[in-house]
Design a protein around this ligand. Structure first.
Ligand code: SAH
Length: 261
């Protein structure tokens, strides 16, 4: 018997109806390049594998791997990488023109850095379906002028269309987590709809702007945007970050990049 490990964020899915619902929205088809993050004891792995017969997975806890490998044999061909998904080079497993379809019931303690890591592979990802802490999922899908809108919303929505599909209560897991969970779909754009000319600068501006949420842009961006630059800016300096769209942030970054040239 495996004792769930807290440090690996292990909350295993138990509720068959929820598992079925996740598999249904994932809608895996044979021939697709599916990759699961954190398969654990295979709650999602086995039903998906039964449908598509071939699957890859990245699992950090080595102790779980032999049993999962054994249990998968009847369902199909499961290729498990014993690795940390935060460091994993997802580019290295793309063998052909098929883009990756990622899914998983993510360890909540690493979900935000993991999503940032995955955004670096947006170009080779078809879509992502993740179980997340509800509060994080709400931030990822938040729109301007709403409570949860912030840096995470802007950075993720720069790359992806983000959609909250449904909530999952703690009782669906063993052991139950302290928080509510949600299933979220992220679909990377082939090309960002509002591309930043200088991505690093865009990142900096978003970070600084939300670093001091209640302040006006003129105040929070003092170290990046001078008073002179504000004069030729498409965005007014007395606005606050939570009222700006991804497009507004990109326009601002592009205007600064233009002046810097
Ligand atoms: N998918 C399973 C397990 C979810 S729990 C289920 O739904 O029941 C989260 C899983 O992610 C565990 O198996 C845990 O060992 C694994 N994990 C934790 N940190 C990880 C990391 N950095 N990289 C890959 N897997 C990780």
């Amino acid at each position: 018997m495996h004792i769930p490990r807290k440090r690996f964020g292990q909350h295993f899915l138990r509720d068959q109806a929820i598992i079925q619902r996740i598999v249904t929205v994932l809608a895996p088809k044979s021939g697709e390049h599916l990759v699961e993050i954190g398969p654990g004891q295979g709650a999602l792995t086995i039903p998906v594998l039964r449908l598509v017969k071939q699957l890859e997975a990245v699992e950090l806890d080595r102790d779980l791997i032999p049993e999962l490998q054994e249990r998968s044999v009847k369902a199909g061909q499961l290729n498990i990488y014993s690795a940390d998904a935060l460091e994993f080079d997802f580019g290295s497993i793309q063998k052909d023109s098929r883009r990756l379809r990622l899914f998983g019931n993510l360890p909540y303690n690493i979900s935000t850095p993991l999503i940032f890591h995955l955004l670096g592979f947006a170009g080779i990802i078809e879509d992502m379906l993740f179980m997340l802490q509800k509060e994080v999922a709400e931030r990822l899908v938040a729109i301007p002028d709403s409570e949860h809108y912030g840096r995470l919303s802007v950075m993720v929505q720069y790359y992806c269309k983000a959609e909250l599909l449904f909530d999952v209560p703690p009782q669906a897991f063993h052991p139950p987590p302290q928080v509510q969970s949600s299933i979220l779909r992220l679909v990377p754009y082939q090309r960002p709809p509002y591309p930043a000319d200088d991505y690093v600068l865009f990142e900096e501006i978003v970070k600084h702007a939300f670093g001091q949420r209640r302040k006006t842009l003129r105040n929070s961006l003092k170290s990046i945007v001078s008073d002179e630059v504000w004069e030729s800016m498409p965005i007014r300096s007395d606005r606050r970050p939570e009222n700006l769209s991804v497009k507004d942030f990109v326009e601002m970054a592009n205007a600064v990049a233009q002046i810097k040239k």
